[in-house]
Design a protein around this ligand. Sequence first.
Ligand code: G4P
Length: 531
Amino acid sequence: MSNYTEEINRRRTFAIISHPDAGKTTLTEKFLLYGGAINLAGSVKGKATARHAVSDWMEIEKERGISVTSSVLQFEYDGYCINILDTPGHQDFSEDTYRTLMAADSAVMVIDASKGVEAQTRKLFKVCGMRGIPIFTFINKMDRDANDTFELLDDIEKELGIATCPVNWPIGSGKGFKGVYDREKKCVIAYSDTEKGTREGTATEIPVQDEAHLREIIGDEAADKLLEEIELLDGASAEFDLQEVRAGQLTPVCFGSALTNFGVEIFLKHFLNMTTTPLPRMSDMGLIEPTEQEFSAFVFKIQANMNKAHRDRIAFMRICSGRFDANMEVRHVQGDKVMRLSQPQQIMADERKILSEAYAGDIIGVFDPGIFSIGDTLCMPKAKFRYEGIPTFAPEHFARVRQVDTMKRKQFVKGIEQIAQEGAIQIFQEYNTGLEEIIVGVVGVLQFDVLKYRLENEYNVEIRLENLPYEHIRWIANKEEIDLAKLSGTSDMKKVKDMKGNPLLLFVNSWSIGMTLDRNPGLELQEFSKN
Ligand code: G4P
């Protein structure tokens, strides 16, 4: 055991996921409020003001009024040191969101009570499921008319395939929202919307045994319904089992209203109680325990030009074990170089703080002179192991890209390769040709605009994009066993390779995928690549 064990054990690192507009930003803001990181909710990431100020590193964001960057927020609460990985809300940037989830140990899922599970929630949940990390659900906007509570839980169970366990239970919604019933304490916390910009703490708690008082506060009708529902609930809902929560099979559910600041602190407290200390990570040497090894980290995100004036590139890494000291030398395993990390910093919503030390569970950003790639490992100079790669997710839109001025070939290739290295786009080549034919794949079409914009502005290269009809991409899982030249597919299938030389197939529709599998016995296809 080392002297940094205590520091590591008080860390909690989680991502917040939701469909856009469910209230992720508002909830994050309230968390920060409790941590004392901000004085008044709204001052850090209010949509109209700070959100733009934070991320105006790219004109495109301003033009479109969306947030394409994700940031990391750290705050202290109740002895815990909490890292929140905020993810961009826009669906076009979901690949970035996926990667961010790789750096988290658990996820908070925010659901709009009037909408239930939505498209983006489903996608993100799938990635959490791949990792088996614990998921905590906050059903938000109870101050507005909500769907039936049992139906909301049913929706989560059926749509996402995870059992639910309500921590508290709402009493009405919208104008009739009276508060929540805390199942553990067996008391009702009466709703008040007067806490908007302040900390909670003044809420009235009424034990349910004190029925007369309860009826007086929430009314007879609401009290009758509540008592009936409590009985139903105790009989029907899944037994709480911490092991299942930690395995990502059971999600504790809290109801509240982030905007009016109701139910947020209760949720945070329960969440911190149930969530884990930084989890071990798999490497080619086996599992690396956070407190048993000296410093190690992996890069999960690269972001270029966060600060326009400096044209810089920041590599975000998750520290997986030990303690990081800004003065120490580390090994970049993939580059096989020992170095000092330059300008290690914590990227807050609207500022960067240069840091001198950090611990497993923390996320740091370092200046990247163009040497890091997504998934790279950093460790102590004497160590030499690699963390498991970060899966590359299947792009859903494809275009052929050509530079307008053929004299600018070099800049074009450099630019497109660097942008691909950051993971903003994926590039593919036709199987038998050189680099002259580049195919770009993106998860969301907006990334095509980002690519065009960045090549023009940062590399001075104008490009033309020609949309291709492909919608599905499959990596060949057993590439050693398959002779690509002999592979017989459908007429609309295209054989390409990725930057690392892995063979892939592009298809226009899912029918062609089935057909190709039928025609090539033994062929194994997969939707993501792990290296
Ligand atoms: P997101 O990050 O998940 O995209 O959502 P965000 O927090 O930005 O919230 C989306 C909208 O929902 C915002 O309104 C926000 O004020 C509202 N909202 C969030 N939580 C609650 C809640 O508990 N109750 C109610 N009634 N509304 C909530 P907006 O009008 O789009 O933005 P703004 O002008 O209020 O900032």
